[in-house]
Ligand binder design. Structure first.
Ligand code: NDP
Length: 802
């Protein structure tokens, strides 16, 4: 028998298995196979097909689940549509009671769900019991709260409608909670498709929906594979798709939903940096690495999978890490002392193996502990690569396994550059005892979540979601709820207009320009493009004739092309200082713009009256409103605050509204000055730089605007204006990797093209699908909606206390 002293030395301990009889009994009761959960009950699959669900740790069959077809999806969407009206019409308080009941019943089944999740996914019971299921209940409680507060906290908003939700296998029940709780709270109904590997906890949740008496059709769950998910995405009566999974599938979904008017949120992959500075508490950082990459076998979208260590402490950190890795226990997920369980399926194991082999081939050094590995099941040991080249495969590709890629840096600048050297931007973790340095680096990381001296912390009160190719939209917190709401006026909005013929831009020459006086010809004036604070000739060398309301030529404007957009984006990308100046500075500049516009209002009124059908009175009204709106965003510049979310004790979670960087803006033909100002001002007030394509038919109000910009201290490159054909220029903006977000107001066809073309770098788009917005109506054309679209929320978690 081992001596107590030896046990204390080795800290070795025996197995501590969790009982799973209750789950086995439940599975036995469903031995004939689980149906889909549609309209409040379980129904057999239309085509009678089932697929096997296996336990990856034991390689045994757990259950058979229904293979969802397009017919099943249609049935579920119809049930959700029927349930929508009564559910969304309920007072928030009543929906709150339903969500509260779901939370309570999840808690009552806590142990059952933890064991089931562990068996289905392979993740350790310690994690499902202490993290997953607790957070699931927390999400339902939190959103029960939002349902209660919805009417007062989100006035003038409405539910989106029927939501199609597709979730992955790494946190099956937690991802369900992240999707269903906010959707239901806001009055939507849902059709959810769980991952093929892990449908069981969603089916157990369906039983809870029955238990608590949730109205039929509010939640529908259709199990199946990628084709089932694709059928849900393609269904014409779905109003929104919320997806979590791989960037590749996210991109497909972006393309499939382009132009359909479906609202979309994407939570995709990551290759998140874990940055250790030499003044960090190295022992704490080692525990951080354990939580960053060996939590959930590394199958975590925000896993800290790139270890960036300051050179001076790299060897010491690696040494400590290796010692710690030797103590990690890999084995039975149902053993309470297991640190790492099984990988979800053989195919994922193969993917990890292949990428590790690639890492070795590319010259990095691999280290794995001597930890005993189970003889059967999908297991992979904790793995540390060092000497990884930043451009190598394992530094770039999401492995989604327990493998961390170590690299070194010398200075904080180098750390930030390395950290941001990825197409993703989901999360980051910064370790330093110097809070100034840590916060500085956190602010400079292009990622949606940053943990300081901590990692993988989640809470329902905080938003979670990515920058760049990690997707767009947030889940959790106030910011997450907007994904399931639309501004109230949109619901009653006019149907999309039939697309008008795009403006035919006739090249020069077209006779004389009207406007000469007393028999003299007018002085020829061709508006150029405005790029980097300078007027620039279009690359094409062509201009086009601008006509007045009687189709008489009133001027010329440059015919911008792809090259001009590229130059404008470059100029905007260089003007980074604008994003760094104080909000007060930006406000001053906007006030100055308003002042100068007011000084020249007569000129703009005359221009509007001559260009469009507008009466002199209406033109004066448009200019006055443009001045007021510029004032409004000057006022907002230093008031669109972030928040400190109430998450964990002894933590501040700072929700910062950050500018996107470069936003492309394509303006409509109507209200050519007011729409231009209404779109450009909120974007620059929040610190973005913009490339604007003004109305193609009536560009001269925007080209006259250069002079206002020039005389108002707007720094070069902050506003760039490229005139020409809207849709071709919009497509170039959509395809450009340095444009982080794109706003398009135009035709239905143009909206579709923009959404499709933006799939390349998955930029966030905001398009009107041919619907008109009344630019003169404040409720539709100004305010927080615009400011929210001009920013993305970064949550920075800062623990405090000794
Ligand atoms: P996928 O992106 O393929 O799966 C996510 C979900 O989408 C699943 O429910 C899946 O169904 C469904 N799906 C698959 N194809 C389509 C489609 N064309 N249209 C609609 N829905 C679809 O991820 P995988 O499970 O294949 O994992 C592959 C890699 O993705 C991992 O190795 C990892 O790198 C990354 N990943 C990232 C996640 C994250 O949280 N960011 C989560 C999971 C994976 P089904 O399960 O039947 O395939």
């Amino acid at each position: 028998m081992a001596l107590v002293k030896d046990i204390l030395d080795t800290m070795d301990y025996g197995p501590s298995p969790e009982a799973n009889d209750h789950v086995r009994d439940w599975l036995a009761r469903h031995a004939d196979g689980f149906g889909h959960f549609i309209d409040g009950g379980f129904v057999p699959p239309a085509e009678g097909a089932f697929f096997d669900v296996t336990d990856p740790a034991r390689e045994t069959l757990l259950a058979r689940a229904a293979q969802g077809s397009a017919t099943d999806i249609d049935k579920a969407v119809k049930a959700a549509r029927r349930a929508l009206k009564p559910w969304s019409a309920l007072p928030g308080h009543v929906r709150a009671r339903h969500l509260y009941a779901l939370a309570r019943h999840i808690q009552k089944r806590e142990r059952f769900l933890a064991v089931l999740e562990s068996m289905d996914n392979g993740k350790p019971i310690r994690e499902t019991r202490d993290i997953d299921v607790l957070l699931v209940a927390r999400h339902f409680y939190h959103h029960a709260g939002w349902a209660e507060l919805l009417e007062s906290e989100f006035p003038n908003h409405a539910a989106v409608g029927v939501c199609g939700q597709i979730i992955p296998w790494n946190f099956p029940l937690l991802m369900l909670a992240w999707k269903i709780a906010p959707a239901l709270c806001a009055g939507n109904t849902v059709v959810l498709k769980p991952a093929e590997f892990t449908p069981l906890s969603a089916l157990a949740f369906a039983e809870i929906c029955i238990e608590v008496g949730l109205p039929h059709g509010v939640v529908n769950i259709v199990t199946g594979d990628g084709a089932t998910g694709a059928a849900l995405v393609a269904h014409p009566d779905v109003d929104k798709i919320a997806f979590t999974g791989s960037t590749e599938v996210g991109r497909e979904i972006r393309k499939a939903t382009a132009g359909t008017g479906k609202k979309l949120s994407l939570e995709l992959g990551g290759k998140s940096p874990f940055i250790v500075f030499e003044d960090a508490d190295l022992d704490a950082a080692v525990e951080g690495v354990v939580d960053a990459i060996w939590f959930n076998q590394g199958e975590v979208c925000c896993a800290g999978s790139r270890l960036l260590v300051q050179e001076g402490v790299a060897d010491r950190l690696y040494r400590k890490l290796r010692v710690r890795m030797e103590t990690l226990r890999v084995g039975d997920p149902l053993d309470k002392s297991t640190d790492m369980g099984a990988v979800v399926a053989p195919v994922q194991l193969e993917r990890i193996r292949a990428l590790v082999a690639k890492g070795k081939d590319e010259g990095a050094s691999l280290w794995q502990p001597s930890t005993a590995m189970p003889g059967m099941g999908c297991y992979y040991p904790p793995s540390l690569f060092t000497g990884v080249e930043p451009a190598s495969t394992i530094a770039e590709v999401e492995i989604f396994g327990p493998v961390i890629a170590g690299m070194t840096f010398r200075t904080p600048e180098e750390a930030v550059a390395l950290a941001n050297n990825t197409r993703y931007g989901l999360a980051g973790s910064v370790w330093s005892e110097n809070i100034d340095l840590a916060l500085d680096v956190a602010a400079r990381l292009k990622a949606g979540v940053v943990w300081i001296n901590s990692t993988n912390l989640f809470d329902a009160a905080s938003g979670f979601g990515g920058y760049r190719e990690s997707g767009f939209g947030r889940e959790g917190g106030r910011e997450g709820l907007y994904e399931y709401l639309v501004p109230g006026w949109e619901k009653s909005a006019r149907a999309p207009r039939k697309d008008a013929e795009p403006a035919k831009l006739s090249p020069l020459p077209v006779g004389g320009i009207v406007g000469g006086r007393a028999g003299l010809p007018s002085i020829d004036r061709t508006a150029k493009l405005y790029v980097g604070g300078q007027q620039a000739r279009p690359d094409s060398g062509h201009s086009y004739t601008v006509l007045d309301r009687a189709s008489r030529p009133i001027g010329q404007a440059g015919l911008g092309n792809r090259k001009d957009i590229r130059n404008a984006v470059e100029a905007a990308a260089r003007a980074t200082a604008w994003s760094g100046v104080t909000a007060h500075n930006r406000a001053q500049v906007l006030y100055y713009v308003a002042e100068n516009l007011a000084a020249r209002s007569r000129e703009f009124e005359a221009r509007l009256a001559s260009m469009t059908d507008t009466s002199a009175k209406a033109a004066a009204g448009e200019v006055a409103l443009a001045i007021r709106r510029t004032f409004l965003y000057a006022a907002w510049a230093d008031k669109f605050d972030g928040a400190v979310h109430a998450t964990r004790s002894r933590h501040v979670t700072l929700a910062m509204n950050e500018p996107w960087g470069v936003i492309g803006i394509v303006c409509p033909d109507e209200a050519p000055l007011l729409a231009f100002v209404s779109l450009v001002m909120p974007a620059i007030a929040m610190g973005n730089r913009v490339v604007v394509v003004p109305s193609a038919r009536h560009p001269l109000a925007a080209t006259d605007f250069y002079q206002i910009l020039d005389t108002s201290d707007v720094p070069a490159g902050v506003v760039n204006i490229v005139t020409g054909e809207s849709d071709p220029l919009a497509t170039v903006l959509a395809e450009h990797d340095d444009v982080a977000a794109l706003w398009y107001v135009g035709s239905q066809a143009g909206s579709a093209t923009v959404e499709r073309a933006s799939a390349g770098n998955l930029k966030a788009t905001w398009v009107n699908h041919g619907r008109t917005r009344r630019w003169s109506v404040d409720a539709e054309a100004q305010g927080r909606e615009f400011l929210r679209r001009a920013t993305q929320v970064k949550n920075i978690w800062v623990p405090y206390g000794e």
